[in-house]
Design a protein around this ligand. Sequence first.
Ligand code: HEC
Length: 106
Amino acid sequence: MTPAQARRWARRFAGAVTVVAIGLFVGLAGCRTAPLPEQGSAAEHLYAQRCGSCHKPYAPSSMTAAMWAIQVDAMQPKIAQAGLPPLSAGESRAITEYLERNAGTQ
Ligand code: HEC
């Protein structure tokens, strides 16, 4: 291998390493679920339990307070269809309030 060939090879290798590193970083960042707000509180536990069994619990910041109030109601028929116990008025209120407290602004 001539020095010129060696340099070319080194550049190509460095490029490949960078591409793999970026791919790995983006992939890991995408899979990682951000921890829910108010970790360890009763409200967080209730939300994760009642709203995280069919799909991952959505990040409260992903919707506005107004949207959350609608979403929680919209899940009731799905919960009933799945044969799960319906949200009681208290559970529904606690979950909605938790989501509204931590809701996004847009
Ligand atoms: C019985 C299963 C089940 C439970 C429990 C459940 N969901 Fe869902 N959820 C679904 C399904 C199925 C969808 C798919 C979208 C659709 O069919 O509208 C969904 C979609 C969503 C979406 C996305 C809607 C959109 O427009 O992208 C949000 C937000 C959501 N659920 C929030 C909640 C919240 C909050 C709770 C707890 C009160 C909850 N889910 C509990 C089944 C469930």
